[in-house]
Design a protein around this ligand. Structure first.
Ligand SMILES: Cc1ncc(COP(=O)(O)O)c(C=O)c1O
Length: 390
């Protein structure tokens, strides 16, 4: 099984970072051909000696890491400047300024929340903890791989169920695959890289049924792109005492990918356990925290980013559909669609035009995942795409 992807692996597997840069990497096609066990073709160890990120070229359209192209809110920038005045102090009491409103919105208590420098820390901690006694992590066949790869390194097996025909997590199939060996169920919603979301009522029912037996980890990195009224209200299940771990990030709609802020919502004893694998909240700087407080309150900015994302996503989806491509409907800030040429060739030709995207083979079919940038970037993407596909 080699169909899960980390952010780094998207980049590493990409011709964008390998073509012409003198780096020796597996291509997606090579990975797809690999008969080795789960993700083995994508477990290239990170080495500072040949850090591909250090060599990333300047792009006209940077559409490869699902970042927020609009940046961070002005209110967050102002908060950062102001917080420099207390940069000599450890952040401590200030966490309440963020946890209190999040708790109120989620219907949980502040002690159900642990802040972290991005949600990756929460994913890594959970991976290590739930893998340490062996057993299996249960998930879907094409999903985000950070937690899974780390769990595998710490001794877990990964069981990845096929997706539904419309590229969604197949919750009934996952339910049917639960055995005593399963230590954690990992669900990404909306899913990366497909952009699909499982129906809210189905997810809530699934969690109610499964969480009393097996902990369920819901990675909601992209949930902010979904209309607030339609989002699953999983906090209320945590408040009822269920063994759910929700991972959230400020990296996406808040634009904090570089600032690093995220959080977990779970039972206090679970947070305490996860905390033992990390530096916990101590790793969050006071400037980032105060920026987070400002950005969380800045509903206008979040609405603006969601609306701009939806506009550029609709434009891109329509343009690709008009060109005869079948686009998987996305609820996130990226789009996945099947392409008709080899991944490496496609990437190379897009890259040559200064357009950064990611590609991947899945079940023998090459796909392009394009992040939703500004309208200008998406126009550049579509124009470049037309040149490549003729
Ligand atoms: C599904 C998913 N989860 C978690 C993350 C981690 O993001 P961060 O550590 O920036 O919060 C990402 C990053 O792209 C992601 O796609």
């Amino acid at each position: 099984m080699s169909s899960q992807l980390t952010r780094r692996d998207w980049l590493r597997a990409s011709g964008l970072l390998t073509a012409g840069l003198g780096l020796s990497r597996f291509t997606p096609a090579e990975a797809a051909r690999s008969n080795a066990p789960f993700v083995s073709a994508f477990t290239n160890e990170f080495s500072f000696a040949d850090d591909p990120f250090a060599k990333m070229p300047k792009l006209k359209a940077r559409l490869l890491a699902n970042e927020n192209p609009l940046g961070i809110a002005q209110s967050a920038k102002d908060a950062i400047v102001k917080a420099t005045e207390i940069g000599n102090r450890y952040a401590w009491m200030e966490f309440a300024q963020l946890k209190t409103p999040i708790a109120a919105d989620e219907g949980v208590k502040p002690e159900n929340i642990m802040m972290s420098p991005g949600s990756s820390d929460v994913l890594m901690a959970a991976a290590e903890h739930f893998a340490k006694e062996g057993g299996t992590i249960l998930t879907s066949a094409m999903t985000y791989d950070d937690l899974l790869q780390r769990a595998q390194k710490f001794g877990a097996k990964i069981k990845a169920m096929p997706m539904t025909k419309d590229f969604k997590y197949d919750l009934p199939a996952i339910k049917a695959a639960i055995t005593p060996d399963v230590k954690l169920v990992y669900i990404v919603n909306p899913n990366n890289p497909t952009g699909t979301i499982v129906p809210t009522a189905d997810l809530e029912a699934f969690c109610r049924e499964i969480a009393p037996k097996v902990p369920v980890f819901i990675d909601e990195a992209y949930i902010d792109f979904y209309e607030p009224a339609d989002r699953p209200k999983l906090g209320k299940l945590v408040a009822e005492g269920m063994n759910l771990i929700l991972a959230r990030t400020f990296s996406k709609i808040h634009g904090f990918a570089g600032l690093r802020l995220g959080y977990a919502i779970a039972q206090p004893d679970v947070l305490k356990t996860l905390h033992a694998y990390t530096n916990g909240e101590f790793a969050v700087s006071i400037t980032t925290l105060m920026a987070g407080v400002a950005s969380y309150k800045d509903i206008d900015w979040q609405n603006h980013c969601r609306a701009e994302n939806a506009k550029a996503r609709t434009y891109t989806t329509k343009a690709l559909t008009d060109l005869g491509y079948e686009v998987i409907p996305s609820s996130a800030n990226f789009i996945l669609f099947p392409i008709r040429m080899k991944t490496k060739t496609f990437e190379g030709q897009m890259f040559a035009q200064g357009i950064g995207i990611q590609t991947r083979d899945f079940n023998g079919q090459p796909y392009c995942r394009v992040s939703v940038g500004t309208m200008d970037e998406m126009t550049i993407f579509i124009d470049g795409f037309k040149k490549v596909v003729g």
